[in-house]
Design a protein around this ligand. Sequence first.
Ligand code: F58
Length: 824
Amino acid sequence: MAAKRRTAASPDPRTDCSREGLRKAVLDNLFYATGHAQENAARGDWYTAVAYTVRDRMLKAWVQGIERIAADGDVRCVAYLSAEFLIGPQLGANMLALGITEPMREALASLGQDLDAIVFHEPEPGLGNGGLGRLAACFMDSLATLGVPAIGYGIRYEFGMFRQAIEDGAQVELADKWLRRPFPWELPRGGQQYEVRLGGKTHMETAPDGTLRVQWTPAKTVTACAHDIPVVGHGGTHCNLLRLWRAEAVEAFDFSTFNAGEYFSSVHDKIFSETITKVLYPNDDPYQGKQLRLGQQYLFVSASLQDMLHIHHSLGKPLETFHTTFAIQLNDTHPAVAVAELMRLLVDVHGMDWDTAWSVTTQTFAYTNHTLLPEALEKWPLPLFAEVLPRHLEIVYEINRRFLESVTAAHPEDPDLARRLSLIDETSPRFVRMAHLATVGSKAVNGVAALHSELLKRDVLGDLAAFFPEKFTNVTNGVTPRRWLALCNPALAACISNRIGTRWQDHFEEEIIRLEEFADDPDFQAQWQAAKLTNKQRLTHLAKTILRVELDPAALFDVQVKRIHEYKRQHLNVLRVIALYNRLRRNPGMDFVPRAVIFGGKAAPAYYLAKQIILLVNRVAEVVNTDPAVAGRLRVAFVPNFNVRSGQVIYPAADLSQQISLAGKEASGTGNMKFGINGAVTIGTLDGANVEMRACVGEENFFLFGLTTDEVQAVQRAGYSPAAHLEGNPELAEALDQIRSGVFSRGDAGCFRPLVDNLLHRDEYLVLADFASYMDCQDRAARTYADPAAWTRMSILNVARLGMFSSDRSIREYCRNIWNVPVE
Ligand code: F58
């Protein structure tokens, strides 16, 4: 009663969302959280004060969310296990979810502060490599928005994805010290700590009840400490949890050695423990087996499962019903050791019989695959696995023994099948195949786009899919329309909301289609174009300040931002730029649609050819941007350090989205969707989710080129000869020749030799085979762009018809078809 009376009279200063309330709270936090008075506060202090003010307003929903998970055993909770969560800057997204952006903007303006500048100041937690980690973050946003109880479990890397600098055209990696200042969105949870064992030996022991149990004597034990980040859904009522684990030494010092004077060995254990979660591995593909990485995977998996068992136990439910409390999704195979770990916890620690434990396990897990590159399938060398996880190897062997027995019994006619399906790759050296472990231990396996799921069944996991046909399914990826439209593109969002209201923000599929009827409306088209221009000016400003490259906002903004990889074919794009440049030089008076070609993306530090591609882009930019013959009609820019934050500026500014991977290589892609819902038209191959996007927007609203997956396979079977494509294509031959002879390397003829030789003699990703078709398609795109009404219509129809690519739709499908969790 008393509390109610206070609400009526004076609102709680920690939850008041009025302009005046926010203003007071920011000043209060400025003083008490940063120790600064208004006069001498720096931008970072204002950021901290605003962040704490917003966090206070999330805490009620946050605490209720945790209580709901811990108290309501009737609703199955989703546990999303992912080694990466690329959550991006939090402040803007959280204000949007709570609906307090505008009052906060006004409150800060009254204090002489600019909200946008403060939002832009926030360091970004780069806890992921790319698409896979960002997908996990979009899914967390959708789970909270749909009110599905969920915990995201992952790793709190001290150093996230490296910061990319470009020095003299080349990528340089710098450490990402995102925790230099305290991260205001996390709460360290002293109460949630679990011990995780590593290494050592196993032996049998007789339990008090007379049964034999395996005992694991580890070589080391480390503590996993929980750090919780709130994930608030749109509207602010539902809040879920992202629980990231940090490794800590069990004992800070081994005092016996310390006392003996061996200072260094005494701190060694502490250093080893804390190393486990020190740094994110920056390789997006192919997979590399490193002992520390297996340690990272196991640490977060073991701590997460112990945490779930603790929650399940606190609900008073019997262990046999664990799968009714949690549905665990394995985001790729990085957490797949969870299958063996849950078996160990149930059998070794809790004394459950193997068959019951296996039944619980296989009803708990589901596995999402994210790749079509066979070399990216994770496999661990047996000796390494045995050294880090001796008990788990025994469990894997036992799972495999039983599984292969069933394989041989079911298919006596195919004696080789057991070898192909085995969890162990018996080639020398021997490996544990993590995708096989994940598949055998899960009740569902999905790919991330329709084509990908088909190719998984046909090729990559063909034998497993034939053996478990009922497990294999598809859930096409999606992206959150909150961050990837409402937040990053306020100009277009306002234009949309003026016509169809704001309900599209959390009912995207249902509502956004209503834009279709305005596609030819001249007023709407004019507003649409104005919004795009605003966004292009924003990117122009960024390019000017950080790159000193002058872009023309009237030019066609033609953008390829994503990890740099040969299969994604940024070099196809560069060859095209060189060919355009040559055309302009040869014929300066030609009719030419001005273009700004923008690149961005990181290369894995040890990926030599990807780094050559970055250097080539920058060298081509150097030549093209300074050549008076092209007179600014063609510009090339490489935006350094592409990440979530810069993505939020780049996607909204694009006219043309480059999705040009070789068909059959990109599992889905999600950048394609982010561009699309921001009004960019796609030029792309029939790869990943491009296929479904094209079907949705209509073939007349998509620039298609290139070989299909089947054609690619046919070409490769017949014996592909890259050089053959030079004969009929003098533009291509000229471009390659220029790269080779030093035109784009300041006369150094050897500089790009590895890249050119690779294209001429190997060209695994058929760049030369698709070049002619790509050039033609680019010409079609330019002609269409020259007609603003036709282009704008395409742009509007792209947005209107991409409703299904909201991650809300993906999550509904997971809930219904995989997790068996109720959703509205
Ligand atoms: C990506 N994979 C796919 N892996 O390449 C992309 O097509 C898909 O849209 C996306 O997943 C989401 O499903 C990807 O990003 C990684 O970054 C791994 C990180 C850890 C090491 C191995 C690669």
